[in-house]
Design a protein around this ligand. Structure first.
Ligand code: ADP
Ligand code: MG
Length: 345
């Protein structure tokens, strides 16, 4: 069996490692010549995501195709899907890569999101004081807080250099008490494995810490799992999916966004569970056996961002309950996720 993975970042790398454990060969297809996942895959194809010839070569070499990030052109996934199965299916990706379509979909399921409105031009914002303080987000291509502008009042807009040739969504700010995520792997109709909610802390809109158990009440524990299950079922999702949630100061739960893929907050599942989110994803998309999840330990994960990785690379004295992961990214950049440490607690 050969698995094709589109995208070559840390999620791709960790998928390759999980595949190896299952004796599945991997080919990574990525438009970054330095993609770190090539250190972990059996084969690497470097090409643009619309390179028809390279796409053909990739498809001919694999049995099933998946992806590690959302922002892949729909046409590319659709084209690949004509000859080899792409899982999760391309239509799921098209829906979720657009923040407006994603939020409309969630609300139709009677699941709460933040209040939001579509912004097509600057003047659309003038009558929307009600949404301030808010965050203006590009409808597509955003990640790790990129393409996001906090706006407290109209005057803020003049200070920001926003390119209104793009489409945006304006979201009302939720007064956050906490953020959590739920990771679920769907194998088929009403067949799931679901991880317990993970508590997440962001710094500058980038995930910094994740931990289980999340300090949340029982109602939120159950409701977040219920909503994640409803979403996965409604999408007829196959593979691992992550739902990010907000909890406000009155203990109201909101879905923030859906990641139709493995997720950074689930890195701790590698050490804290009998089956990681990565292995479960591969089991689901390759039609392998579903294994009942068992938590082995509570855990805490810390992302190493930018040069925070350096001391760990130089001086690796880890305790027995600590696990260090270096994504082997060639260049250390500020705000770039370089690695992580999971501690079993
Ligand atoms: P990305 O696609 O970059 O992950 P998110 O929409 O998840 O974008 O935003 C990143 C982080 O910014 C969130 O995890 C949260 O900490 C903060 N944030 C985003 N939107 C809101 C909001 N409406 N209210 C409060 N915090 C928000
Ligand atoms: Mg997010």
């Amino acid at each position: 069996m050969k698995l094709g993975i589109i995208g070559g970042g840390q999620l791709g790398s960790l998928l390759c490692q999980a595949a190896k454990k299952l004796n599945i060969k991997t080919i990574v297809f990525c438009d970054d010549i330095d993609a770190p996942a090539q250190n972990f895959s059996d084969e690497f194809i470097f090409a643009k995501y619309n390179d028809k010839i390279k796409i053909k070569e990739f498809v001919s070499k694999v049995d099933v195709i998946t992806f590690e990030f959302e922002n892949i052109p729909y046409d590319t996934l659709n084209e690949m899907n004509k000859s080899k199965k792409v899982l999760p299916k391309p239509s799921v990706n098209r829906l979720i890569q657009h923040r407006l379509a994603e939020k409309d979909f969630i609300n139709k399921l009677n699941i709460r999101t933040t209040r939001y409105v579509s912004i097509e031009k600057k003047s659309d914002l003038e009558t929307l004081e009600d949404f301030f303080p808010g965050i203006l987000k590009t409808t597509t291509m955003g990640y790790d807080g990129k393409g996001q502008y906090p706006i407290n009042k109209m005057e803020d807009l003049n200070l920001l250099n926003i390119d209104f040739s793009k489409e945006y969504i304006l979201e009302k700010i939720v007064k956050l008490k906490k953020e959590i995520s739920v990771i679920i792997t769907r194998f088929g109709n009403n067949s799931y494995e679901i991880y317990e909610p993970i508590e997440n802390t962001h710094e500058e809109q980038i995930l910094k810490y994740s931990q289980i158990p999340a300090q949340i009440n029982e109602k939120i524990f159950n409701l977040s799992k219920e909503w994640a299950t409803t979403i996965a079922e409604e999408l007829k999702f196959v593979g691992t999916l992550c739902v990010e949630f907000f909890i406000d100061r009155n203990d109201n739960l909101y879905v923030n966004e859906i990641a139709p893929r493995v997720h950074n907050s689930g890195h701790l599942t590698i050490n804290a569970y009998n089956v990681s989110q990565f292995e479960n994803h591969i089991r689901a998309i390759c039609s392998l056996e579903k294994i009942e999840l068992k938590k082995l330990s509570n855990a805490k994960m810390v992302n190493l961002i930018g040069n925070q990785i350096l001391p760990y690379r130089e001086n690796l004295s880890l305790k027995q309950n600590e696990f260090f992961f270096d994504y082997l990214k060639r260049e250390v950049k500020t705000k770039r996720k370089m690695g992580h440490i999971t501690t079993l607690i």
